[in-house]
Design a protein around this ligand. Sequence first.
Ligand SMILES: Nc1ncnc2c1ncn2[C@@H]1O[C@H](COP(=O)(O)OP(=O)(O)OP(=O)(O)O)[C@@H](O)[C@H]1O
Ligand SMILES: [Mg+2]
Length: 247
Amino acid sequence: MNGISIEIKNLSKKFGELSILEDANISIDPGDFFAIVGKSGCGKSTLLRLITYLEKPTSGSILLDGKPVDRINSDVRFVFQDARILLWKNVLDNVILGSPTRSREDALWALKAVGLEGREKSWPIVLSGGQRQRLSLARAIVGKPKVLLLDEPLGALDALTRIEMQQLIEKLWKEQRFTAVLVTHDVAEAVTLANHVIVMDNKKIHKDIHVELARPREHNRDFAYYEEKILKYILKPKDTKGAEYVI
Ligand SMILES: Nc1ncnc2c1ncn2[C@@H]1O[C@H](COP(=O)(O)OP(=O)(O)OP(=O)(O)O)[C@@H](O)[C@H]1O
Ligand SMILES: [Mg+2]
């Protein structure tokens, strides 16, 4: 087990007068997989930025492995929707730059883990959208992080590539057992990947839904049960009928 616990205690965050989070409490076990869903602008990215210390709480605390977050920590890595890749560096050098040890061997291992073996010398510009996200993942896992934060990493990809990438994220998580926190607009994606789904709305953490389904998850009635349960907390009742599973 590589993952560590994340505890969020009575966390509040304001930007000036704008209140984003009020008295939020979340407890994530080492190696667990959490998803965060909620409407645009409700504060999902801000919550991830608080965990990485890119933002500081207005009040309350965040503990990683029982210790208060008081600096940017290389054990915590971030993957964003737009792959943040250096276009003037080749694939291998992009991963080496993400490695705390700058180790070529580690970078080759990470590229193999994400299925980009043989593409070391390619320029990022020639990679497809899915391959670029593989590269972002390689850069994030190369230092064997204890926490991986994923902020809508698959949002820009087509449906089939998304499914492939979900499988890849699940494989990496099973192999390395980092603690994963995924922000997504896609309720099906949350149910596919997470053990716990948190719904954020109106400055509150509304619900922590425990998804008790075997992996890999199949799209059956039990799956649909969780999708509906989550949607119930996101949508007003009048919107639920015929709504798409994307918010
Ligand atoms: N540095 C900042 N200064 C001021 N306001 C900010 C700052 N960062 C975020 N906000 C505001 O906080 C709110 C929450 O933003 P955040 O990016 O966390 O939302 P989100 O849930 O990730 O949305 P989306 O689903 O669209 O990515 C927004 O109203 C945003 O404008
Ligand atoms: Mg966001």
